[in-house]
Ligand binder design. Structure first.
Ligand SMILES: [Zn+2]
Length: 101
């Protein structure tokens, strides 16, 4: 999975993901519009600028899914880390340390 994530990251940075705008540029499609809002669908638009996706909470859902994945990975890492979403500054919550040895 890590190589795929690195590939996705690189293609997003260099605007090489198959957004509708890129598919038009590459001669694979004729319409660059976003199926949700009809604006031009660039990589930036897909990842953070679509007003309809924002109004429907899609970015929040994606954000929360990333956090859930991170929490899953951290919680299974040798059983040494206790994840607490809401901790005080310094990682202390209710007298408990955020990490244990
Ligand atoms: Zn859109």
């Amino acid at each position: 999975m890590v190589p795929l994530r690195i590939s996705f990251f690189n293609r997003s940075v260099y605007d090489l993901l198959p957004s509708n705008a890129n598919l038009v540029r590459w001669g694979k499609k004729e319409d660059p519009s976003c199926p949700l809002c009809q604006d031009r669908q660039t990589t930036e638009h897909v990842l953070s600028s679509c007003k309809v996706a924002l109004s429907q909470g899609r970015y929040t859902w994606r954000h929360n899914r990333v956090l859930q994945e991170l929490a899953s990975v951290i919680s299974t890492a040798e059983g040494k880390i206790h994840l607490s979403v809401f901790t005080t500054e310094g990682g202390v919550e209710n007298g408990k340390q955020g990490r244990s040895q």
